[in-house]
Design a protein around this ligand. Structure first.
Ligand code: DAH
Length: 331
């Protein structure tokens, strides 16, 4: 009988000595496994008579239970210590962010886009969207830019390796959303469509290969170039301030006739080009199943990044995508 008590004592002191989880776990087969002394003691019971066997069996069970209890308790204690140590080494010192500003905010291009949307929604427009990957029909053909048209070359289009060559592309402007809206909606139509656009440009102070445009489209009865000029003027004053003026300059776009570029006045009296606009070309209306003898409209499009650069007086458009927190937190 005393023999069995000693078995437990040895196991218990080994458990107490184990200083970490790995040592303790390595101990387990030796004190509780099949080859552990306590297990072989049990197989020796067959030689004893019934009474002795019963008493010895109980003593072995008690010993085993005390070993198990000690093992589990020690294990829980060591696990807690290990966890506390891990937490301490993985701790992040959040105070190091002090002075950088602990709350984030919307990117300034997003702020500019939101403000633009607000101005146009205030004028009764709704927001439209289209896909960033387009087919030649939406990006060019339906906009009165057939395959042979020299204007195609001026768009520096990024093509996607799908379908026929030069058939699928990253949209090079937001104008395809005009087509998708006219296909999906009956006139009258008053929409603006902000979104990402892509060209093969190398990033420099005034260009980004992935940039943002906003497109406007109005289709209604009796719409004139005067409505277009008035709309642009109203938008410019609402966005930049009452002192800023706008002007239209004759220009050319395949999807509008007549076409114009619009400029805004700067504090020094000079003019800055903001975007293109014009009366929607009858071919474009016909391509969307709209009768040009009944409906007329105007469209415009300009770059949001360029507008953010102007509004926040940035030196370099690349600042918008460098994600330097010291730059971003100023706005
Ligand atoms: N899509 C033209 C561009 O990216 C901008 C533009 C010009 C849009 C005239 C229009 C428009 O809707 O009428 O260069």
């Amino acid at each position: 009988m005393t023999n069995y008590d000693t078995l437990a004592d040895e196991a218990l002191s080994a458990i107490a000595e184990a200083g970490d989880l790995a040592t303790l776990d390595a101990l387990r087969p030796n004190i509780l496994g099949k080859k552990a002394p306590i297990s072989s003691a049990k197989s020796g019971l067959g030689n004893l008579d019934a009474d002795q066997r019963k008493a010895a069996g109980q003593a072995i069970n008690t010993a085993r239970q005390s070993i198990e209890a000690a093992f589990n308790e020690r294990r829980a204690g060591l696990a807690a210590t290990a966890r506390a140590a891990a937490l301490e080494t993985e701790r992040l010192d959040l105070t190091e962010f002090q002075g950088v500003g602990t709350t984030g905010h919307l990117h300034l291009v997003t702020q500019a886009r939101d403000r633009l949307e607000d101005v146009f929604v205030g004028m009764g427009y709704t927001i439209a969207e289209g896909p960033e990957v387009e087919t030649a029909w939406y990006n060019f053909e339906a906009l009165n830019i057939p395959e042979w048209h020299p204007a195609r070359g001026s768009f520096d289009t990024i093509f996607v390796n799908l379908g026929e060559p030069e058939e699928v592309m990253l949209r090079s402007h937001t104008s395809p959303v005009q087509i998708r809206t006219m296909e999906a909606q009956e006139p009258p139509i008053y929409i603006v469509a902000p979104g990402r656009t892509f060209r093969t440009d190398t990033a420099d102070a005034t260009h980004l290969p992935a940039f943002n445009q906003i497109e406007g489209l109005v289709i209604d009865k009796g719409i004139t170039m005067g409505d277009l000029a008035g709309t642009i003027d109203t938008f410019v004053r609402a966005f930049f301030g009452e002192e800023v003026k706008s002007r239209l300059r004759p220009s050319y776009f395949p999807f509008t006739e007549p076409s114009a570029e619009f400029d805004i006045s700067r504090a020094d009296g000079s003019w800055l080009e903001l975007g293109g606009c014009g009366m929607v070309h009858p071919n474009v209306l016909r391509n969307c199943g709209i009768d040009p003898d009944v409906w007329q409209g105007f469209a415009f499009g300009f770059g949001i990044d360029r507008l953010a650069v102007m509004r926040y007086q940035l030196d370099d458009m690349r600042e918008l995508v460098n994600n330097d927190v010291r730059f971003l937190r100023q706005f």
